[in-house]
Design a protein around this ligand. Structure first.
Ligand SMILES: Cc1ncc(COP(=O)(O)O)c(C=O)c1O
Length: 325
């Protein structure tokens, strides 16, 4: 990162950012890409580029854009929201069809469908190419654009064993994060065709997201894209082994949701309090996020190896055994 050639990114003069953007566009089979500060910014820029205030956007009801991006779609983009129930993160097609709002003087017309792949709240589950084709058929028929919140799109591609470009072929734009499984300290990319990215660049500037010598951070992103994608398989295998171990420890897990690098479960009633479990694990050097109610999310990543997984399972077993009843 310290050796990266730098320039003024706002003037499109930073060679390292340009290289990262080209690489991102190429990986996802699109014409162009834009380096942004975060996944949240990438999604927001996509929303305000695709749609005008008063337009409608549709998304699955547990989408990250809706739950965890501080209402930017309403507060900044001024969009109307239509939510659609989903199954493993993919919107139910009959509900989606019904939720479309057509053209007309009176109507907040649907301009955009946002998908999330992998889908966080569903357990980091994947939307596959057939599902993409199905939804794209409907979107095209109604002149609606598709944006993918692909914070972890490469996890999905690896899990589905499909080329990333093939997976996002039907999408008009994709946001993906460097700062998650790809292991970078900073940044996301918004990817799409040249015209879309040129408009998005102006919107990013409006949000204060134009940068200066950003090649410092982009340099890590290049390593993320060149070296960190294939190894995501290890994280997925580790998550699977961890889930099986936790099932042995008496925790109920829907294994259909364990598709990538996360394991979600509820701490069984009548055992230890979820927050105490997290605290006890912390004392054993196992760091997991704070529980939401009884729900806990465990994430595997590049600094967790197979031995760590055995250690974590053992710690879970010990703590849960001691806290029966
Ligand atoms: C699915 C999804 N989209 C978007 C984001 C936002 O990314 P960031 O934290 O970089 O803003 C996240 C972050 O966890 C996410 O999980």
């Amino acid at each position: 990162m310290l050796d990266a050639p730098l320039g003024d990114e706002q003037n499109e003069e930073d060679p390292t950012v340009i290289k990262l953007q080209e690489l991102a566009a190429q990986k996802l089979g699109k014409e162009d890409a834009l380096f942004v500060a975060s996944g949240t910014m990438g999604n927001l820029v996509a929303l305000i580029t695709h749609a005008q205030p008063g337009d409608s956007v549709m998304m699955e009801e547990e989408s990250h854009i809706l739950r965890c991006e501080t209402g930017g779609l309403a507060a900044v983009a001024g969009l109307m929201l239509k939510t659609v129930p989903g199954k493993l993160g993919f919107p139910k097609m009959d509900c989606l069809r019904k939720a479309i709002i057509g053209e007309g003087r009176l109507f907040p017309t649907t301009r955009l469908i946002c998908l999330e792949n992998t889908h966080n709240a569903a357990g980091e589950t994947c939307i596959d190419t057939e599902q993409m084709e199905e939804i794209s058929g409907i979107a095209k028929k109604h002149g609606i654009k598709i944006h993918i919140d692909g914070a972890r799109i490469f996890n999905a591609a690896i899990a589905l064993d499909v080329e990333p470009a093939e997976l996002v072929k039907e999408a008009d734009s994709i946001q993906f994060c460097l700062s998650k499984g790809l292991g970078c300290p900073f940044g996301s990319l918004l990817v799409g065709d040249k015209d879309f990215i040129s408009k998005a660049r102006k919107k990013r500037q409006m949000l204060g997201g134009g940068m200066r010598q950003a090649g410092l951070m982009a340099a890590a992103g290049i390593i993320g894209l060149e070296k960190m994608i294939d190894r995501l398989k290890e994280d997925h295998n580790n998550a699977h082994i961890l889930a099986e171990g936790l099932v042995e420890a008496g925790i109920k897990i829907n294994m259909r949701t364990v598709q990538t690098n996360m394991v979600f479960f509820e701490v069984p009633e009548g055992k230890i309090k979820p927050i105490d479990l997290v605290e006890r694990l912390k004392k054993e050097n196992v760091l997991i996020g704070d529980p939401k109610g009884r729900k806990i999310r465990v994430v595997t990543h590049k600094d967790i190896n197979r031995d760590d997984i055995s250690y974590i399972i053992e710690k879970f077993k010990n703590i849960l055994d001691k806290n029966y009843n």
